[in-house]
Design a protein around this ligand. Sequence first.
Ligand code: QAP
Ligand code: CO
Length: 169
Amino acid sequence: MALLPILEFPDPRLRTVAKPVTEVDDNIRRLIDDMFETMYHAPGIGLAASQINVHKRVVVIDVSEDKSQPLVFINPEIDVLDAELNEYDEGCLSVPGFYETVVRPGHIRVKALDATGKAFEMEPQGLLAVCIQHELDHLNGKLFVDHISPFKRTRIRAKLEKKHKAEAR
Ligand code: QAP
Ligand code: CO
């Protein structure tokens, strides 16, 4: 297992659209293990491969209190199940220290492959529905800051650029 460095906004590599996984093999399972280790260490509740500069459609999530419910989504696809929208204060390991309210559909259906390559479906609501949509955005080169006002996004970018310059000194 390995802890992997996480790309931070506004790194342009976070804008890469990830490619579908064609075969769920041991290399993908090693990637998944490293992603869980990196996510739990942070700690975080969701991580997309894009955030560790691997542009494959792989997401790991665990929204449980005690890290007991690891979920893997390979090549995830989402349908919106009802028109109701929910607000949630989202954060992101790639936007450390910043949380903003994002509006998204509250009830979705997700179809994906698990770590064995088997297709599954679920119909989450609440935090899990938020998290899956947030992570699928990453695979499409999108970040939660794209859902907030340009003013707030610019301010966050400036603060993180300042932090990155300080870290590089
Ligand atoms: C995405 O985010 C998410 O700013 C996962 O300093 C977040 O795990 C989906 C984190 C909220 C739904 C709701 C953020 C850790 C972790 C930070 C995360 C930080 C340290 C974020
Ligand atoms: Co994120």
